[in-house]
Design a binder for this molecule. Sequence first.
Ligand SMILES: O=C(O)CCC(=O)C(=O)O
Ligand SMILES: [Fe+2]
Length: 362
Amino acid sequence: MDAGLFAANLQPTTISLILWQVEETLAEAQNAAVDMELYKLNGYGVGGFFKAHKDTPRSEDFFGSLIIALPTAHEGGELVLRRKNESWKVDFGSLTADAAGNPRIGFVAFYSDVEHEVLPVTSGCRTTLTYNLKWVTSPGRLPSSIQTISDKRLQIVQSLATMLADSEYLPNGGVLGFHLHHQYPFSTSNALKGQIKDVIPWLKGSDRVFYDVCKELSLDIEAKFLFHADTYTLFLCDRVVNLQNLGQGVESSDQIIDILNDEGNGGTLILNEDRFRILGASVEYRAKGAGLGVMEPVDWINRHDAENLIKEQCVAYGNEVETAYAYYKACFILKLGRPGSREWYEAPPDETQEEIAARRYR
Ligand SMILES: O=C(O)CCC(=O)C(=O)O
Ligand SMILES: [Fe+2]
């Protein structure tokens, strides 16, 4: 049932307490205020369930969902949450009353990239309210004076600084990659196809911390959309690529690269280590001729999950039929020069193949 069709008499103090907890946990790294917008009332009778889905983003400031379970007695209907290889089960049925029989509500809040489902209710009636969680202002734009340096932040600053000071780490300079932990909603409409740079103000949790730390260390960091073109090749681009333009069949990597390149505002290929060693200079020379960038193998400092990076899209999957926003996989790319200043050397676009080879293996 949509929010316009009912009223919920939760006490303002209860709501404030829940909101405070959400800010303390999901929004801790941002130090940002959160707004909760009542979205739906869900009623589940015996046999009722909600199949696995991710909540459909409805705007770029949407970052998660809050489920409040009302104290209607029921059994079954557990909420199962999954992210990467982890899962959690919440049984609101066992929480509807305290030991003295007073009614209790339960709640769960999660980031929008957490898949969740409600298992079938076996007796009674399960009732929940769904709220959209949004940032009140874009968190990245808050004045830095009101941000605290948490322990996590300090730890990342220290380990990055130690790594970069090590003269044996990337002695000729190189590229470091960080897979964003969260997915973010981007507009897919042709008129205003989302651009990756727009994600910066909305970064969540550890993604926010990592980005801010790199900026504090004056590193050359950029966010990029990340696609797997084939087993050897990753593709970076700056604009949303409309994946519906891919056919149903198995595309060749050249076709995929063409689409990514046309739609994603040009892009950069990353070859894997072996391919780069064998083909490096010649591929780079040809790609430059075709208006593409080529990046040397990236030293990824975290692993990306096994999800299919190219066809993952929430459209057929969300809690609402909505195609204007979709989640995309993204990464940070840090270009590091040689030990010392770690300042990046930007090669001229008209390098010959010999010059490229000489620069790579100098
Ligand atoms: O009822 C629940 O626990 C989950 C509801 C839900 O996932 C949704 O409204 O999108
Ligand atoms: Fe949901």
